[in-house]
Design a protein around this ligand. Structure first.
Ligand code: MRU
Length: 360
């Protein structure tokens, strides 16, 4: 059985490309926890829309989704090799612009584009099958990377304690198993008794809606806290350690992650609590020198002024008042106690330890 068939048999998957077909399936995460709906995605443009509108989200998962988006482009591209390459380049441009901070997206698209160039001269059926195989490879590698990360991270957790996590860096945000939540899964498999606090993660509520959903499904002791409760929880010594994912790690080790992570890192530092970041090597961007150079995605203010409910969007702001919505922030490397990847752990995290880790 391949890693794609199961990462210990969850009944859900953020994105998949069922065998024998020419369409992808995307779990619409905007509808969780209320309903588990899988959308059929049959063109790269639809996949770009699914990523842009956060039906599929989380850096590694959107990398996998974009890889499948490139496969969809290959299925419909013209037969003639030069036109095929042009169509693939157009799809690559359209997919990459959807979410600028998560570097896994560009990484996966570039991989598929390079592969498409290699197989452009083959028969259309063969070359799209070959692109699909490559995309499935990226998906499988991501699950395997999460599992290895989990093993590397186990020693960083206490035998018993309360772990705070932010946003959703779980199976829903990756090919499967999860980065930050993968570490928790692995720690549990090693007998550690961990309670989890999921910070709500305004405005998209990935913590309340998604992390709580997947951890509760998995039998974890998980409780939701609002983002503004965390200072108090640190002050009362109710947090043993923090674990989060990452959307991009710059060459000097600065970490871009969901807005709110920087504040948690400052609190963790101030209270002497370990701040763990987990991400695959594909999240490391050596071409970006430091956190200041990481592009921060700004999303519509309406995502802050409105709450999305199954019954529709409800405004929580006075009419005419707008909102800021930077979707990510940057945590300086020195505030990260340990950076966990599938190749091992960098601790302390800095340019030298990161370079060594990436080199394998
Ligand atoms: O905006 P999102 O939901 O795509 O945010 C990305 C994230 O889930 C997190 O920032 C996460 O920690 C990194 S992805 C495993």
């Amino acid at each position: 059985m391949s890693a794609l068939d199961s990462w210990d048999s969850p009944a859900y998957s953020a994105v998949s490309f069922p065998s024998g077909g020419a369409v992808a399936k995307v779990l619409d995460q905007r509808k969780l926890p209320w309903t588990e709906t899988y959308d059929t995605v049959s063109t790269w443009q639809d996949m770009a829309e699914a990523i842009l509108t956060m039906r599929v989200r989380g850096a590694p998962a959107i990398g996998v989704a974009a890889a499948y988006g490139m496969v969809l482009a290959a299925f419909t591209a013209p037969r003639e090799p030069e036109l095929f390459i042009r169509a693939m380049e157009e799809a690559a441009r359209g997919l990459v612009v959807t979410r600028p901070t998560a570097v896994n997206l560009a990484w996966a698209v570039e991989h598929l584009l390079a592969h498409a160039r290699k197989v452009a001269g083959e028969e259309p059926v063969r070359r799209s099958a070959s692109c699909l195989e490559r995309a499935r490879g990226i998906h499988e590698d991501d699950i395997a990377a999460c599992k290895r990360m989990g093993e590397h991270g186990v020693a960083l957790f206490p035998d018993e304690g309360t772990v705070l996590t932010h946003c959703n860096a779980g199976a829903l945000a990756t090919g499967g198993y999860g980065t930050a939540l993968g570490l928790l899964r692995a720690a549990r498999e090693h007998g550690k008794k961990l309670r989890v606090l999921a910070s709500e993660t305004r405005p998209y509520l990935q913590g309340a809606r998604l992390t709580a959903w997947e951890l509760a499904k998995d039998g974890f002791d998980v409780k939701i806290v609002t983002d503004n409760m965390v200072g108090h929880l640190f002050a009362r010594k109710l947090v043993s350690c923090v674990v989060v994912g990452a959307d991009r790690v710059a060459r000097n080790g600065d970490v871009a992650n969901k807005i709110g992570t920087y504040g948690l890192a400052c609190l963790a530092h101030m209270h002497g609590v370990r701040m763990i970041v987990a991400a695959p090597v594909s999240t490391v961007d050596l071409a970006t020198p430091n956190g200041d150079a990481i592009p921060i995605e700004h999303r519509p203010g309406s995502e802050v002024t409105e709450i999305a409910l199954p019954s529709g969007h409800v405004s929580i702001a006075p009419e005419g008042v707008g909102a800021l919505h930077p979707a990510f922030d940057v945590t300086p490397a020195r505030l990260v106690s340990a950076f966990v990847t599938e190749r091992g752990v960098a601790s302390p995290l800095d340019e030298a330890s990161l370079a060594k880790l990436v080199a394998g």
